[in-house]
Design a protein around this ligand. Structure first.
Ligand SMILES: CCCCCCCC/C=C\CCCCCCCC(=O)SCCNC(=O)CCNC(=O)[C@H](O)C(C)(C)COP(=O)(O)OP(=O)(O)OC[C@H]1O[C@@H](n2cnc3c(N)ncnc32)[C@H](O)[C@@H]1OP(=O)(O)O
Length: 208
C-alpha cells in the first residue's frame, strides 16, 4: 500500500501550517509513529514475561523523563499535523487514499490488534474517531473554509474486523448556509460495516 498523507494543505492560509522544519526529527517521526503503532499492536496481543515487562517499564520511564524536557506549545507541535504521513500519532490507524477530490475521499484502512474490542471486532468507539477524521477531511477539502463537527451519527451495520483491509468512502452531500452534510461508509469486501452522517459547521471569521 502506498503511504498517503493529508498533504495539500501546507501553505493554505486556512490551516496556517508552516512548512515542516527538516531539522526537527521530521524524517524519522513517521517511522517512529509506525514503530509505536506496531508496539501497541504487539503489546496488546502479548503476554510478556515479567523480566521483559520490567525492562520495558524502565525504558519507557526513561523516555518519559527525557520528553518532559522537550514539551512545546501547540503551535510548535509536529505530532498530529495533517501534513505528516499518518499524522505521526497512533490515535487513528493510517489511512491510505485511493481517490480524493473536492467532494469525495475513497481509500483503505486497517485496524490493528490495538483497536480490538472483543471477538475480533474493532472497539466501537474507534469507528466514530475514524469517521470524524474522514468526513472532516472532506468537509475541509476542496478549498472550503475550515469547519468543525457539530454532530456525528454512526450506524454499526456489521462487525468491523481487526487485521483486515477495509475500504471507506466519504462524500460531500449538500451545503445549507454554514451547514455541510457529509456521509461516509466502511466496508469489509462487499459487507457494509458502518456508515456515518456528519454535520460540519463553517467557522465564522475569528472563530477558533
Ligand atoms: C477545528 C477544526 C478542525 C481542525 C483540524 C485540523 C485540520 C484538519 C483538516 C482535515 C483533516 C481532519 C479533519 C478532522 C476534523 C475534525 C473536526 C472536529 O472533530 S472538531 C472537534 C469536535 N467538535 C467540536 O468541538 C464542536 C463544538 N461545537 C462548536 O464549536 C459549535 O457548536 C459549532 C461551531 C459547531 C456551531 O456553533 P456556532 O455558534 O458557530 O453556530 P450555531 O449558530 O450554533 O449553528 C449553526 C447552524 O448549525 C446548526 N447546528 C449546530 N449544531 C447542531 C447540531 N449538533 N445538530 C443540528 N444542528 C446543529 C444550528 O442550528 C444552526 O443552524 P441554522 O443556521 O439556524 O439553520
Amino acid at each position: 500500500m502506498a503511504e498517503t498523507s493529508d498533504q495539500g494543505v501546507t501553505g493554505d492560509p486556512h490551516w496556517n501550517l508552516t512548512p515542516l522544519p527538516a531539522d526537527r526529527g521530521a524524517p524519522d517521526l513517521p517511522r517512529l509513529a509506525e514503530a509505536l503503532r506496531e508496539f501497541n499492536d504487539l503489546m496488546t496481543g502479548a503476554v510478556a514475561p515479567p523480566d521483559l515487562v520490567k525492562e520495558m517499564l524502565r525504558q519507557v520511564e526513561a523516555f518519559n523523563s527525557e520528553l518532559r524536557a522537550h514539551q512545546v506549545p501547540e503551535r510548535d507541535q509536529i505530532i498530529g499535523r495533517i501534513d505528516v504521513p499518518g499524522r505521526a500519532q497512533g490515535l487513528i490507524p493510517v489511512v491510505h487514499t485511493d481517490s480524493s477530490g473536492p467532494d469525495h475521499l475513497h481509500g483503505r484502512v486497517r485496524f490493528g490488534r490495538y483497536y480490538l474490542g472483543r471477538n475480533g471486532a474493532v472497539y466501537g468507539g474507534a469507528i466514530p474517531l475514524l469517521f470524524d477524521s474522514l468526513l472532516g477531511r472532506v468537509s475541509n477539502g476542496g478549498g472550503r473554509l475550515p469547519s468543525r463537527t457539530a454532530y456525528l451519527h454512526v450506524d454499526y451495520r456489521s462487525i468491523t474486523p481487526i487485521g483486515t483491509d477495509l475500504r471507506f468512502e466519504a462524500r460531500f452531500v449538500r451545503e445549507e448556509g454554514r451547514k455541510r452534510f457529509i456521509e461516509g461508509a466502511l466496508y469489509n469486501g462487499d459487507t457494509l460495516c458502518a456508515e456515518a452522517e456528519g454535520l460540519f459547521i463553517t467557522l465564522r471569521p475569528g472563530q477558533a
